[in-house]
Design a binder for this molecule. Structure first.
Ligand code: MN
Length: 744
């Protein structure tokens, strides 16, 4: 860490005071109502809380919240509540103060915003990259409660990007990537163009330092010639604008390094070939809002009288502004040197809104009492933008899902619908994700129009068509081809279902055959057949008959000497069972013998449990469980109704243990399946119950909606079974939900 010894504590205090004073000055010169008191209080509180802490750059930590608050007012235009929350945004996360302290001092509103910021922060800045997708989704969902959380987060990210230099290189790379895929598109959505452009350029600079530098140098090198060209281009237009009596600014705007680079990449062109390297912008002053549009068109007329316009490149954002309220008139004309030049025509107000988003509205609103109303209408518009994405704009959510998250992929159906699958998903996983029936009948897939086997691993962006056949039936082998939890569960269920049908069919055929040939059914005969065909159980024997693997004939009923192998089978009725059972036959290897007569207390000490959770039934503390002592003297706990346990009971009852849950300190994972009729707000209500009402941590949430049927698979972290039961009960109360239950 850098620390300059020449800086005395007094100098540092002065630096902090100055930064804070600057923040206040900006606030005081804005059109917000002056609520300096709360800001002052937040500043003092945060300064005290972060006392003695430094940022990586060596600065006192408080400089960061001040900078974030400054962005919040200066670049986003929010008021005292947001400024205070920005000053306090890292207090709960980084110091000993709690949310309750914040609420006691600053009230509910600010506390909720700080809470939102704290929640997002952990996940997105944390090292658990895989959790980011979920956290971001949570962020979006909780945002509607108070969109200021997102705006302040944006300011926080912007300042972190501006000071990224002091972070280690690997963090720089990660943060820059995240910024590009999450924050920049979000800023774009919110109409915060200036912030969006700066975030993109900063990300680009850290992700591709050499290319950034090269483009920056090329832009600089071409500046002189550009200015010359522009002067020549602008001169006749200026003359006309002057004649109109307008007060205006006519400037040339060079594209950002990032968008130049982006264009070069996507169009495979060189720097010189980027024809719209710069755009000309006319911003005129206008006191009369009703005259703004007319003036824009007048300017347009003047320009097109001088230069020929490109017929396809007139953009009228005046008559129909973008959802984020962007207004301007764009026209592309042929300049004196034969180059196409885009001219953007805007009033001062339109320009402010374009650069700073809705925040700019503040400047044009004066008058007591209007503030709260105006703020809430602004915030609700932003909510709308986020909830009802522009249909023809790139869906930033899809973009980020496609690019950022390694634990999840997004694939497309032939109709262009998207489907989220976990990483590693195969064609068969996708088939099962669509529907169990499609999975069961899957024979292969067409991935990007090429035929692929069902084991083919999908990648984000793949377009996948599932090929099915009515004669297809799933087999145990298929388990090798599914890699997602959902795929596995559905395949298992499908196979079991299929097996039951074949078993019944086989049993029916078997009995009919016996009756037709006058053979009497005896236990020993059945045993012999089971031995002969190596099927282990009579059900399996029937199943193989049912699906034509064994053909019935009279010969197979001729009695033969069972021999030693027959006896061997009798002794090992669970051959082919789980590894656990096989191991149990081995002698104990370690640990003191466990007293099977006493109640075994299931405890966790120093993070080490004296038990293992059985994979087959996944019990959690509070469930009724039975312990099973494995050969190595470890205890595995199964649910009391677990089918594996039932078999263990029959074969190795002496290894079972009565158990008692001692403590519930661990965080357990539970899965919940929710079904219902899809309706507006259903997901929001469910998430509210989970995150807000019950404060349960979500690990994963997967939602599908099929013909109006809403299906949601939810993985949560909980402390015991009661919590899951309560959660299910609460979720069932949500309108539209038909069932909510725990699954394994
Ligand atoms: Mn921060």
């Amino acid at each position: 860490m850098m620390q300059n010894n020449n800086i005395t504590p007094e100098m540092e205090d002065r630096m902090v005071d100055e930064a804070y004073q600057n923040l206040l000055n900006i606030y005081l010169s804005s059109n917000h109502r002056k609520k300096v008191e709360i800001i002052e209080k937040a500043f003092k509180f945060a300064r005290e809380a972060h006392k003695g802490i430094r940022r990586r750059s060596g600065e006192p930590y408080i400089m960061h919240p001040i900078a974030v608050a400054t962005i919040v007012i200066q670049e986003i235009g929010l008021g005292s509540t947001s400024i205070s929350a920005a000053l306090l945004h890292d207090v709960v996360e980084d110091t000993d103060y709690t949310l309750e302290d914040i609420e006691a001092q600053f009230g509910k509103k600010i506390a909720r915003i700080v809470d939102g910021l704290t929640k997002i922060s952990g996940g997105i800045f944390g090292d658990q990259a895989s959790l980011q997708a979920e956290n971001f989704r949570k962020l979006l969902l909780t945002m509607s409660e108070d969109v200021r959380v997102v705006l302040i987060k944006m300011a926080d990210r912007l300042h972190n990007m501006r000071t990224l230099q002091s972070m280690p290189a690997n963090k720089q790379y990660k943060i820059a990537g995240e910024t590009l895929y999450i924050y920049a598109p979000l800023a774009h959505r919110l109409g915060l163009y200036a912030i969006k452009t700066e975030l993109e350029d900063l990300s680009f600079k850290y992700n591709h330092p050499a290319e950034y530098e090269r483009i920056r140098a090329q832009v600089a090198a071409s500046e002189e010639r550009r200015n010359e060209l522009f002067a020549r281009f602008a001169a006749p237009i200026r003359e006309r604008l002057d004649n109109m009596g307008l007060k205006y600014e006519f400037t040339v705007r060079v594209k950002s390094c990032y968008s130049i680079w982006n264009k070069m990449q996507s169009k495979h062109i060189s720097f010189k070939e980027v024809y719209d390297l710069y755009a000309a912008r006319i911003v005129f002053e206008c006191d009369d809002p009703s005259a703004e549009k007319r003036i824009c068109w007048n300017i347009y007329n003047e320009i097109t009288e001088v230069y020929t316009k490109h017929p396809d490149r007139v953009r009228d954002w005046l008559t129909s502004p973008k959802v984020n309220k962007y207004q301007a008139l764009h026209v592309t004309v042929m300049g004196p040197d034969g180059d196409w030049v885009e001219v953007q025509i805007r009033s001062r107000k339109m320009d402010d809104i374009a650069e700073r988003g809705f925040a700019a509205h503040w400047k044009y609103k004066i008058g007591e009492g209007e503030e709260e109303e105006e703020l809430s209408s602004w915030l609700s518009t932003i909510n709308e933008i986020l909830k009802e994405p522009e249909p023809n704009a790139i869906d930033f959510l899809d973009t980020l899902k496609l690019n950022l998250f390694a634990n999840e992929i997004v694939v497309f159906t032939p109709k262009g619908e998207t489907l989220n699958l976990s990483n590693g998903a195969t064609v068969l996983d996708m088939a099962f994700a669509l529907h169990t029936d499609i999975g069961m009948r899957c024979i292969a897939g067409k991935v990007n129009h090429k035929l692929r086997p069902m084991s083919y691993k999908l990648a984000s962006g793949d377009q996948v068509e599932i090929l099915t056949s009515n004669t297809q039936t799933p087999t145990d082998d298929w388990e090798k081809y599914v890699h997602t939890a959902k795929g596995r569960t559905r395949l298992r269920a499908a196979i079991n279902h299929q097996k039951r049908i074949f078993t019944e069919e086989g049993e029916r055929r078997f009995k009919e055959f016996l009756a037709a040939h006058n053979i009497e059914l005896t236990t020993s005969m059945l045993d012999q057949l089971i031995y002969k065909f190596g099927t282990t159980t009579k059900e399996e024997l029937f199943r193989q008959i049912g699906c034509d693997m064994i053909a019935l004939n009279e010969e197979m009923f001729i009695k033969k000497d069972p021999g030693s192998r027959f006896n061997w089978w009798k002794r090992n009725p669970f051959k082919g069972g789980s590894k656990e059972e096989a191991k149990a036959d081995e002698p104990a290897k370690k640990g003191a013998p466990i007293d099977t007569k006493a109640v075994y207390h299931l405890t966790t000490k120093d993070g080490k449990s004296n038990y293992v959770i059985a994979k087959c039934c996944n019990p959690i503390p509070g469930d009724d469980v039975v312990g099973f002592i494995k050969a190595d003297n470890t205890v595995t706990v199964h649910k009391i109704d677990c089918s594996t346990l039932a078999r263990l009971k029959a074969s190795q009852g002496s290894r079972l243990l009565q158990t008692l849950w001692e403590d519930h300190n661990d965080r357990y994972e539970a899965s919940i399946h929710i079904e219902g009729i899809d309706q507006k707000g259903i997901l929001q209500s469910i998430v509210n119950i989970i995150s807000t009402n019950m404060s349960i941590n979500m690990k994963r949430m997967n939602v599908t909606s099929d013909n109006g049927v809403f299906n949601c698979d939810l993985d949560v972290y909980i402390s015991d079974a009661q919590v899951v039961n309560n959660l299910c009960k609460e979720i069932k109360k949500v309108k539209g939900v038909n069932s909510a239950s725990r699954v394994n």
